[in-house]
Design a protein around this ligand. Structure first.
Ligand code: HEM
Ligand SMILES: CCOC(=O)c1cnc2ccccc2c1N
Length: 290
């Protein structure tokens, strides 16, 4: 399967910055969502889940076709709760319906990371809506009840190495688990909407206890009310992952640098960009004095 980015001569950075600003202002405006966490974290998750269906073995899935918009994909149990992010983006798609769904979902995630004071994520337009027949089957997104070997294998399908895998999981500094979505719960009170290396600091500094929660899922809980999934905790159980966790816990800049490149790679997996395809780095609202 080949997905070539469509170059649209009529649309320049201002057009996309306008959409970025609409999303950013709406995140700022609707700040009460999910106990005042806001929409940032779930927009990041939508961009990640619409990209995480990618399979390098046949170059299928991924963000290109915007197939999350179809029932088969949005009703995948792994996508429970993401309807809130799609609903958030709906009015923005109606106003700017020249953009593809794949570009919108990934632009929303880039905007959410940057507006949470995270690193700048370079972004390239050109994804093209594919028909419903191209929707990947359920089951391509990861299952949290697993250890390091599973995590390494899963990320290999997305062409990600250990460093990229650890960096990407650092996005769990944002938001929280919701019992009704995934059968996990927490962190309590500690959920954040600021993009930092705190996830790695917590992993190393907290006392973790493996507990079976009321849904029968296992999760690691700390006395301070933090939680980790088994796939989070795997990052300190595996010697190669642990080394990288320590680096990112001690050097936020190095985490930011790796996250920016890994996240762009995740959002662009499966897409061929022609020579001369434009790449944009959007300004935050703060940088525009908005
Ligand atoms: C092995 C890989 C991963 C697993 C098993 C996993 C699993 C989960 C689970 C179970 C939740 C809770 C969902 C809910 O209950 O609402 C969650 C939330 C989240 N995940 Fe991951 N995740 C993984 C990788 C990633 C990656 C690569 C990113 C982004 C780069 C990411 C970003 C997020 C964010 C931002 C949230 C919070 C969403 C919210 O607050 O609504 N995750 N993840
Ligand atoms: C910085 C404090 O947040 C955490 O330690 C943490 C750990 N794992 C998670 C897994 C899924 C979603 C949110 C998560 C989360 N917020």
């Amino acid at each position: 399967i080949v997905h070539i980015a469509a170059l649209n001569k009529d649309r320049k950075i201002d057009d996309y910055q306008r959409i970025y600003n609409k999303i950013a202002e709406k995140i700022r405006e609707e700040d009460e969502y999910d106990g005042y966490i806001g929409y940032g974290p779930i927009l990041v998750r939508l961009g990640w889940h619409s990209s995480g269906t990618y399979d390098k073995t046949n170059n299928s899935g991924g963000s290109y076709g915007g197939t999350y918009r179809f029932k088969l994909e949005s009703s995948d149990p792994s996508n429970n709760g993401l309807q809130n992010a799609a609903k958030f983006l709906d009015p923005i798609y109606k106003e700017f319906n020249w953009i593809s769904h794949g570009d919108l979902y990934t632009l929303g995630a880039v905007c959410a990371v940057q507006e949470a004071q995270g690193p700048k994520i370079p972004w390239r337009p050109g994804r093209v809506d594919l028909p419903e027949t191209e929707t990947p089957a359920n089951g391509r997104l990861p299952d949290a009840n697993n250890g390091a070997d599973y995590v390494r294998n899963f990320y290999a399908r997305l062409r990600m190495n250990d460093r990229e895998a650890v960096a990407l999981t650092g996005a769990h500094c944002l938001g929280r688990t919701h019992y009704k979505n995934s059968g996990f719960d927490g962190p309590w009170g500690a959920a954040s909407n600021s993009f930092t290396n705190e996830f790695f600091v917590n992993l190393l500094n907290e006392q973790w206890k493996l507990e079976k929660n009321k849904s029968g899922n296992y999760q690691y809980d700390s006395p301070k009310g933090y939680m980790m999934l088994k796939t989070d905790y795997a990052l300190i159980q595996d010697p190669s992952y642990l080394k990288i966790v320590k680096e990112f816990a001690n050097d936020e800049a190095s985490f930011f640098k790796e996250f920016a490149s890994s996240f762009q790679k995740l959002l662009e997996n499966g897409i061929d960009y022609p020579k001369g395809a434009p790449q944009y780095i959007f300004k935050t609202l703060d940088e525009q004095d908005i």
